[in-house]
Write a protein that binds this ligand. Structure first.
Ligand code: NDP
Length: 296
């Protein structure tokens, strides 16, 4: 008789590259949870229908990646505070008939910075480049972690302004200030800043949350934005992240790719579904070795 196991999946388009099945298999083995976790490719206009079919076949929960994080948000009937602020979800599950949604990207990033990298965020000045789904998901957890100021700069400025606007109330409650601008504004000399100059100089942490590295393009930033202890992070991981991180290294920054965030956000999803928090350090080390291994 086939053993009955709880079924999960990662849903996206494309999805073949996803490391999530490997990660959740590692977590399940470590915590002795009997689950299966599959990759699921859905047509870009077929998220709701595809999810419904997967549910009929016994799916208990799923991770959601590009381009469906917004569809997942729209379809869910209950949202965590993180999902409401991000207006995008990477974690879905059913509670009875209710489809619930959370966004664990930001908590994953904060855990990677503070726990894996050992960098404290309290009072720090943060620059986020990009205003897509990933950027939207990290602002709330960075505020909650005690950051002092967060500036978001994006090629399309209004998207950054919109995300920052909906986080203003939370930021005020945590004593964090927020600002936003076009990406180009980072190159304007301080004397000509419309935004107060102090807001656009010398960041403690610079996070490339744009998809530029994915397309092999480097985000060109002025070196005045960094100081000798700046940590530069690209949410992309592996060789593609080097296009930004090599520039940051050349400026004297410490650098970090998005692999730790990937592992930590997956662990948070696993905890939501299974009620058990896996240990991430060994899993991250194993995945690092796989990602950095030379290709044949
Ligand atoms: P989205 O498509 O939602 O957003 C893309 C963002 O990048 C937009 O703000 C877009 O600007 C900007 N952008 C794209 N190309 C360029 C460019 N050449 N120059 C400047 N800005 C550019 O993507 P996501 O937010 O979902 O993903 C962003 C990155 O984060 C990806 O590299 C993804 O792999 C990574 N990621 C990593 C995770 C992890 O766990 N490590 C989790 C989630 C994402 P505009 O608005 O003007 O179009």
């Amino acid at each position: 008789m086939t053993p009955v196991v709880d079924s999960y999946a990662v849903i996206g388009n494309p999805i073949a590259h996803s490391r999530s099945p490997w990660l959740h298999a590692a977590f399940a083995q470590q915590t002795q949870q009997a689950i299966r976790y599959d990759r699921c490719l859905l047509p870009t206009d077929g998220f709701a229908q595809g999810l419904s079919q997967l549910r009929d076949n016994g799916l208990m929960g799923c991770n959601v990646t590009v381009p469906f994080k917004g569809d997942a948000f729209a379809l869910a009937q209950w949202h965590s505070p993180a999902a409401l602020l991000a207006q995008a979800c990477n974690t879905l599950w059913w509670d009875g008939q209710t489809l619930k949604a959370d966004n664990t990207d930001g908590v994953g990033l904060v855990r990677d910075i503070t726990y894996n990298a050992g960098v404290q965020l309290s009072g720090q000045r943060i620059l986020i480049v990009g205003a897509g789904g990933a950027a939207a998901g990290i602002v709330g957890p960075l505020i909650a972690a005690g950051c002092g100021h967060i500036h978001m700069a994006n090629r399309t400025a209004h998207k950054a302004h919109d995300i920052i606007e909906r986080h203003q109330l939370m930021a005020g409650q945590h004593g964090c200030t927020l600002s936003a601008s076009a990406l180009d504004a980072l190159h304007v000399p301080p004397s000509q800043h419309e935004t107060p100059a102090a807001k656009l100089s010398s960041f403690d942490v610079i996070i490339n949350a744009s998809a530029a590295s994915l397309g092999g393009q480097r985000i060109a930033l002025p070196s005045a934005l960094v100081h000798s202890r700046t940590l530069a992070i690209d949410l992309m991981y592996g060789p593609s992240s080097r296009v930004f991180l090599d520039w940051a290294n050349a400026q004297g920054c410490a650098t970090r790719d998005g692999l730790g965030m990937l592992v930590e956000q997956a662990a948070q999803s696993f905890f939501i579904w299974r009620g058990v928090m896996p240990s991430t350090a060994g899993v991250l080390a194993q995945l690092r070795a796989m990602v950095d291994a030379p290709c044949d």
